[in-house]
Design a protein around this ligand. Structure first.
Ligand SMILES: O=C(O)[C@H](O)[C@@H](O)[C@H](O)[C@H](O)COP(=O)(O)O
Length: 229
């Protein structure tokens, strides 16, 4: 169950999408006294996160975590947590609680229990989950070539450790079980290449081939696709 919203350009997408997500967070705060947001890493979300940070929410009541993380320290260039803190934790949004997925453990596998414990502190179901998508159809760190993919897709645990062959760094990823435990689900993509991958993902074929299909095909929560050229 997926619907596509096409924006005129990336600036319009960043501003309009941020306003919609801010609305969900404000509603979550009003209803539960706290709100939770799961965002993705990579290059796409920076402008959206910067736009979101300008919204006058009670950010001290907002918990933010990541859909996935590369197993690198939080000050590493490849760290999604670093991107999240640099883009979102600014101005009033500096009061948001960022829950990182990297621990001191030697590997994602060894860090799973601690990360699951950290995630248990976030209000559930999440208010908003924002997924990204790679050119190979991966989302979060659910990579088509990771040997652990099938187990992660089927897992009832919140997090899984994956070792993608093509992408750098060992990964920790939220599983579909956690990513779909949300009131609002978005897929945030830009550009013609991602549009082409999306078209393939919406066609028939196994989820393991293009893992984003798990989000596009499920019926638990509508998936709203936000796209700009
Ligand atoms: O850590 C990661 O790699 C991301 O969370 C990943 O799932 C990302 O969303 C896609 O790879 C898209 O990345 P781009 O936005 O850079 O294309």
């Amino acid at each position: 169950m997926a619907a596509l919203r096409s924006w005129a350009d990336r600036a319009a997408l960043d501003a309009g999408f941020a306003a919609e997500v801010a609305g969900h967070l404000a509603a979550g705060i009003a209803a539960r006294g706290a709100a939770s947001l799961v965002v993705s890493g990579g290059r796409t979300p920076a402008g959206f996160l910067q736009a979101l940070a300008t919204h006058p929410l009670d950010w001290s009541r907002v918990w933010v975590t990541l859909a996935d993380e590369r197993w690198v320290d939080a000050d590493h260039d490849a760290s999604n947590e670093r991107l999240l803190r640099a883009s979102l934790q600014q101005g009033p949004a500096a009061a948001a609680h960022v829950v990182g997925l990297k621990t001191a453990a030697a590997s994602p596998q060894a860090g799973l229990a601690e990360v699951a414990e950290r995630l248990a502190a976030l209000p559930r179901p999440f208010d908003v989950v924002v997924l990204g998508m790679g050119d190979d159809g991966h989302t979060a760190s659910l990579f088509p070539d990771a040997p652990e993919l099938a187990a992660a897709l089927a897992s009832t645990a919140a997090v899984a450790a994956l070792t993608p062959g093509a992408a750098p760094h060992a990964r920790i990823s939220l599983t579909p079980a956690a990513l779909l435990d949300t009131g609002a689900l978005y897929l945030h993509i830009v550009g013609a290449d991602k549009q082409a991958v999306l078209e393939r993902a919406l066609a028939d074929g196994p989820v393991e081939e293009l893992p984003i299909r798990f989000a596009l095909r499920q019926t638990r929560v509508p998936c709203s696709i936000q796209w700009a050229p």
